[in-house]
Structures are given as structure tokens and as C-alpha cells.
Ligand binder design. Structure first.
Ligand SMILES: Cc1ncc(COP(=O)(O)O)c(C=O)c1O
Length: 430
């Protein structure tokens, strides 16, 4: 008899393509190592999480047996009609128009398990292995893993202080068209507000230009823009910039992904997408195969939060708290890093991150001497910048760090930055 216990499990290519993503390691570090001061994990500020508000909302839902039962029942795959209606109003306020002027129906809104699920569903319905998505360099590293997981090719496009350089994108698509590969081009991924990791906003001009490029090259098939607006409501200074989605008047090219994770609570895992009418069905089909609906109770809770004004009061409070933290991090960067030659950082108007570049001879990778020293001797952690680029590791920039001001309170942000500067100084000029 053969020993079946030694037979390997025949895992799929999709598993292999998407395996070993850094996000899980980073989340574990943040949660499992309470002694490390973490500037790494993208967790939100615990102090401002809406514990009392959620307690009251739960009590309100459950005090009405009819609503309580409805909320505790399965919902529909695209999500609660009540929350979708409330979100149309909310989106209209963000877009500066009336819900009617949005020019969409509630059917074009899909409620998902965090916005991450929308990103993932979209990749599932759009990409065959070898199809192409354009991403900014650097960009949100979890999405790079999602693209890898479906075998998509992520082509990086240079970014400057105004976001992705759209002229470069145009040239790259022209090159692919020349090579007969235009049919492979499916998606342009843009984190329009306070990009994770760089904190940069795509300028209004570039937003319009990106849409024009997607329209221009939609010859054989439509090229979509995924506008990931996860940090849209976390602006602390400067004027809001109209969304790319808002410029797309015929609602054909842009998928807008937003989330309650950063502005209310990531633990509720509710995100939403507004999608072209002919994409709503395919996404719902896919979602039907995965979970046939995200947490229905949480959708009821958020509908109540929006309808009652609890949500808006909370976002205002969160913004005030993060403004203080952002300022604490920037002040600490000035205090501890400004005299280290070759160190630069972005001053973000919102979001959760400060993007710092070290002299190119100081790598920041997981296996770099700096990362080891910072996490052991100095007990401070950051996200190594190379994770936010695509392509062979040896060819990626390796001297940058994403520093999150989300988790720590202002005093500890200062302490963490001080420790990080001590660690960096050890390697300057080596
Ligand atoms: C740019 C960006 N998009 C999407 C997400 C996904 O967030 P969630 O699934 O919690 O909505 C995140 C989370 O950090 C993010 O930074």
C-alpha cells in the first residue's frame, strides 16, 4: 500500500501566483509585537474608533425586532438597498451635486467586504493571465499582490509630485499597440487621493488626462480606470480635487472604489464600488460565487450611521485626530532627519502615510541591515519601499520607507521617529 500522507496537495497556479504577500507578515508584526513601535502597519487610530457610536447603533437596530431580524438575515449579493440609497446621497455630497445629477442607479453600486474585495472581484472578472494593468511606481502593494494572484502583468509608470506621469502612460500604451498587444491592456489603477504609500494626490489635470488616454486607446475594447479613493475623506489641508469618476460623464470608463475602513471602522469590513452599468452584473456574478453578500448587519449599521449624521460627525473627529498625528510626524521628521544628508520626505495633505527616501546606498528591505537594526535594537518598524514597486527585486528602488502615523499616539510617533533616525544614522556613509 502506498503512503498517501507523503503526496503533495496539488495547489493551483492562482495560489502560487498570489502567495507570500507581505501584507500578512506586516499585519502580524503590528498585532503580535506590541513592544515594537510600529510605523508599518496601516491600521487606523484605535483611540478614535467609534465604540460608543457603534454600541448605540447596534442597540437601535436590535430594539426594533423587525429591523433586527432583517439585519441578522442574509442580504442580497450587491448589498442592502437602504445603504446603497444612503451612499448615493453621500457620494453626491462628495461630488458636489444632487443624487440625480450623479447619473447612475443604485444598481451600479456594489457593497463589498472592504474595498479590497472590490479590487479582487474586479481582477477576477477582468484579467486572463498575461493581461495588463498599469500602476503608479510606487503604488499600493496589496493590489500588486491581487494582480499577481490572477496572473496579470503590472506595468509600472513613473510618478512625480503630481502623481502618475500620464504622458509616459500614453507612450507605453502606444508601444504596446505597436507590438500588437493593445488587446491585453485592461486597466489603469490610480489611487487618486493621498496615494498609499507616497501620500501624493493625482492632480486635476492628470485625472482628466488619464481619462482621455483610457478613452483614446479604447479601440478594440474598453480600457477601464480603477480609481481607488480609499483615503478620499481623510483630507487635512488643501482643497479637494474632483474625482476621476466625476470627469467621466458617460460613466463608461471609471470604477470608483471607496471604503468605510479609514473613515469609520475597518473592523466592519464594508467598502463599496460604483461601476459602469455593464460591469455590475459580472461583478455580482463573481461575488455570488464567493459569498453572495457581505456582512448584512454591518450594512444596516452603516446605513443608520449615514442617515443619522453619526458618520459625518465621526469623520470630522477622525480628521482632527489625524491632522494632529500627521503634524506630529512631520515635526518629528524635521527634528530628527533634517540634518541627515540625502533624506527627503513628502508632506501629505491627507491619508495615513509619510513617504521617506534615504540616500540610495541605504537599502530598507526586510533583509537589509537597516530593517534588522531598526526592528531589533531600536524596536521600531516601517514598511520597506521596495514592496510598493513591481518587477524584479534587484531592479526596484530600495531606499524608501512608508511611515504610517495611523496607529501610534503623537508622543509615540515622535519617539518612533527618533528611534528610526538613530537606526538610519548608523548606516549613513557606510
Ligand atoms: C489604497 C488602498 N486601497 C484599498 C485598501 C483596502 O482597504 P479596505 O479593504 O479595508 O477597504 C487599502 C487599505 O489599506 C488601501 O490603502
Amino acid at each position: 500500500m502506498s503512503d498517501s500522507s507523503s503526496c503533495p496537495i496539488p495547489l493551483s497556479d492562482r495560489w502560487r501566483w498570489g502567495s507570500r504577500q507581505a501584507i500578512s507578515f506586516l499585519m502580524e508584526q503590528g498585532v503580535d509585537n506590541p513592544d515594537i513601535l510600529t510605523l508599518g502597519a496601516g491600521l487606523v487610530d484605535s483611540e478614535t474608533l467609534p465604540v460608543e457610536e457603534v454600541g448605540q447603533l447596534v442597540a437601535d437596530i436590535c430594539s426594533d425586532p423587525v429591523e433586527g431580524r432583517a439585519a441578522l438575515q442574509y442580504g442580497s449579493t450587491p448589498g442592502s438597498p437602504r445603504l446603497r440609497a444612503a451612499l448615493l446621497k453621500h457620494l453626491a455630497a462628495l461630488e458636489g451635486c444632487t443624487p440625480e445629477e450623479l447619473g447612475i442607479s443604485a444598481n451600479q453600486m456594489l457593497l463589498t467586504t472592504g474595498s479590497q474585495q472590490l479590487l479582487s472581484l474586479l481582477c477576477e472578472v477582468l484579467f486572463n493571465p498575461g493581461d495588463i494593468a498599469f500602476v503608479a511606481a510606487p503604488t499600493y502593494f496589496v493590489f500588486l499582490g491581487t494582480l499577481a494572484g490572477v496572473g496579470a502583468r503590472a506595468i509600472p509608470i513613473r510618478s512625480d509630485e503630481h502623481g502618475m506621469v500620464i504622458d509616459d502612460l500614453d507612450r507605453e500604451i502606444a508601444r504596446l499597440a505597436e507590438a500588437g498587444e493593445l488587446h491585453r491592456v485592461k486597466l489603469i489603477y490610480l489611487v487618486s487621493d493621498f496615494e498609499n504609500p507616497s501620500g501624493i494626490c493625482l492632480s486635476a489635470e492628470r485625472r482628466q488626462q488619464a481619462l482621455a488616454v483610457a478613452q483614446k486607446w479604447s479601440r478594440q475594447q474598453r480600457i477601464l480606470i480603477l480609481e481607488d479613493a480609499a483615503y478620499r475623506e481623510l483630507r487635512y489641508s488643501g482643497e479637494p480635487i474632483p474625482s476621476i469618476w466625476g470627469f467621466d460623464r458617460d460613466r463608461q470608463h471609471v470604477i470608483l472604489a471607496q471604503t468605510f475602513s479609514k473613515s469609520f471602522s475597518p473592523g466592519l469590513r464594508v467598502g463599496y464600488g460604483v461601476v459602469p452599468a455593464d460591469l455590475a452584473g459580472p461583478l455580482a456574478d463573481r461575488k455570488g460565487n464567493e459569498d453572495f453578500g457581505s456582512a448584512h448587519f454591518n450594512q444596516h449599521l452603516l446605513a443608520r450611521a449615514l442617515e443619522s449624521g453619526v458618520y459625518h460627525r465621526h469623520v470630522a473627529r477622525v480628521r482632527r485626530a489625524y491632522t494632529i498625528k500627521r503634524d506630529a510626524m512631520l515635526a518629528a521628521a524635521d527634528r530628527y532627519f533634517s540634518d541627515i544628508p540625502g533624506v527627503e520626505w513628502v508632506h501629505p495633505d491627507g491619508g495615513l502615510y509619510v513617504w521617506m527616501s534615504l540616500p540610495t546606498e541605504i537599502p530598507t528591505n526586510f533583509d537589509s541591515p537597516l530593517f534588522k537594526h531598526a526592528t531589533t535594537a531600536e524596536q521600531v518598524m516601517y514598511v520597506p519601499g521596495y514592496l510598493c514597486y513591481t518587477g524584479p527585486i534587484e531592479e526596484r528602488p530600495r531606499h524608501q520607507m512608508r511611515l504610517s502615523f495611523g496607529v501610534l499616539e503623537p508622543g509615540l510617533i515622535d519617539e518612533a521617529m527618533k528611534r528610526l533616525a538613530i537606526a538610519v544614522r548608523k548606516f549613513v556613509g557606510t
